[in-house]
Design a protein around this ligand. Structure first.
Ligand code: ADP
Ligand SMILES: O=P(O)(O)O[C@H]1O[C@H](CO)[C@@H](O[C@H]2O[C@H](CO)[C@@H](O)[C@H](O)[C@H]2O)[C@H](O)[C@H]1O
Length: 453
């Protein structure tokens, strides 16, 4: 058995149990597209790009591994498996959980080093001239995540620094908006996203692409805001305790409008054509059909939802520009009393090509309005929680309108249509992931439908 066959044999059962594995319940059917290696003193550090064919649409995964000749101390949780190599036993570990990989990855980004290609290639890119004197600690971020993030304690000539590096698990051809948008916002001088440090980009073979080659972002390093709490937890606590949140929600509206303005200035705006509007409404209708197939309770609202979508077709639509794309309270952190936006990757269930286009800012506004509604929904929609949510939604909208100068209240039907579409998306998301929370988007759909009648 060649070592790489051994790797795939061991990775297949392990992959199926990872949080970020998309085709839960299916046995992975793996094909190795290529690998790249980072030189390291202690062991072999390989990153495999592996296609899983078990889903309807194949998914390409990034799987960094390390090979050791003896077991790692406290490494049991990171062990993918073992295989024989002559008289030796090779211990194969999940790279991000191995400090050797973690250190090699960050050093590759900061030094702009090129990996050794083995059927795929990769290069580090740094945004500035950061120097690392020592990497003092590295650990994987625990908790629910679509990717895998490593948190570092680093010493630089200017003092200690905390860094977070997100290793993208599902890969796509083309640039990743998480890297491109956040680094552009930071480069524009905004302090509403964490400081960007650098990234890894890579190339692999793909017969579907011109020249048979695909390329994209593989990892993204940013400043880690230690101790920063996310707005979802803060909002939930405030609502539970009956604490007024309107000043915070207003400030979040202001920050959102500022970030939108920066994105518009950095990437340009586009006057919507009839086909932009038609494409958006077609995607709303496609999501509605998918949702009705998966959540039949939505079928009774189909007529009123479709009527609303027809009504907005004839309205005047605002300009398009790049947006966050999956905006909710969990995507906002608070640091030094200031809202900081993260995770600009867009909705995981939307194709990457759609997530990388200019879009309507009202999509983000609607996303955040839905998130405030989730606060009440997750607290059982008591009278207190519902009142808290209404006040927070109004304040957020006011902050956004004041800062952007766009009177979204005058575009109420458009905002409602985007909120409806988001609630339709959420119904599918909840049916698949958290069925107990399905009533939250369903109640919102009924409320929005009642208003549209
Ligand atoms: N720069 C940062 N500073 C502090 N915490 C962060 C930072 N970036 C991400 N996080 C934390 O990591 C979690 C996961 O990050 P996120 O970008 O949402 O990853 P994913 O796209 O894999 O879901 C966030 O919910 C947040 O708690
Ligand atoms: O953060 P992700 O990019 O993984 O987004 C997905 O998961 C979110 C849940 O974690 C989901 O958000 C929904 O639930 C939130 C409360 O947990 C709520 O604040 C959001 O408004 C609601 O949409 C998101 O839709 C999904 O794409």
């Amino acid at each position: 058995m060649s070592p790489l066959t051994s790797h795939l044999d061991l990775i297949a059962p392990w992959l199926g149990s990872q949080r970020w594995f998309a085709s839960k319940g299916h046995l992975p059917e793996l094909e190795l597209l290529g690998s790249w290696q980072i030189p390291a003193a202690d062991c072999r550090v390989l990153t495999h790009l592996i296609m899983d064919h078990s889903a309807t649409v194949p998914v390409l995964y990034q799987v960094p591994v390390t090979e050791h000749r003896s077991p790692l101390t406290d490494g049991d949780a990171a062990l993918i498996g073992t295989f024989p190599d002559g008289d030796d036993t090779v211990y194969l570990y999940d790279g991000p959980q191995d400090p050797v990989y973690a250190e090699a990855l960050l050093r590759m980004i900061v030094s702009g080093a090129t990996a050794i290609p083995e059927g795929a290639d990769a290069v580090g890119r740094s945004f500035g001239d950061m120097e690392i004197s020592a990497i003092d600690a590295a650990r994987v971020l625990r908790g629910e995540q679509s990717n895998t993030s490593i948190i570092y304690k680093v010493t630089t000539p200017n003092g200690p620094l905390r860094v977070i590096c997100k290793v993208f698990r599902a890969l796509h051809h083309g640039e990743n908006p998480d890297v491109v948008l956040q680094s552009a916002i930071a480069a524009a001088g905004s302090d509403s996203v964490p400081h960007s440090i650098g990234y890894i980009e890579g190339g692999w073979s793909d017969i579907g692409q011109p020249g048979g080659l695909a390329h994209g972002h593989l990892a993204f390093a940013q400043e880690f805001l230690a101790g920063a709490e996310d707005a979802w937890r803060i909002a939930l606590r405030a609502s539970e305790d009956g604490v007024d949140f309107t000043a915070e929600a207003h400030a979040l509206g202001t920050t959102t409008a500022e970030v939108h303005r920066t994105l518009a200035a950095s990437f340009g705006t586009k006057t919507p054509s009839d086909s932009d509007v038609a494409e958006t409404l077609d995607s709303f209708s496609a999501r509605l059909q998918l949702a009705i197939d998966e959540v039949p309770a939505i079928a009774e609202l189909r007529g009123v939802i479709e009527d609303l979508y027809s009504t907005v077709r004839t309205l005047e639509w605002p300009a398009l520009h790049r947006i966050h794309g999956d905006y909710h309270l969990g995507q906002v952190l608070v640091a030094d009393g200031h809202w900081i936006l993260i995770d600009f990757e867009g909705e995981p269930m939307r194709p990457m090509i759609e997530r990388s286009r200019p879009d309507f800012a009202v999509r983000d506004v609607a996303g955040m309005l839905r998130s405030f509604d989730y606060v009440a929904g997750s607290l059982g929609s008591t009278e207190q929680a519902a009142a808290w949510t209404s006040a927070a939604r109004r304040a957020f909208l006011s902050g956004y309108i004041e800062e952007s100068g766009i009177d979204l209240r005058a575009h109420r039907e458009l905002l409602d249509a985007f909120e409806m579409d988001k609630a339709v998306y959420e119904a599918v998301y909840e049916a698949r992931n958290r069925p107990d929370w399905l009533p939250i988007p369903l109640a919102a759909l009924r409320r929005l439908a009642a208003r549209a009648r």
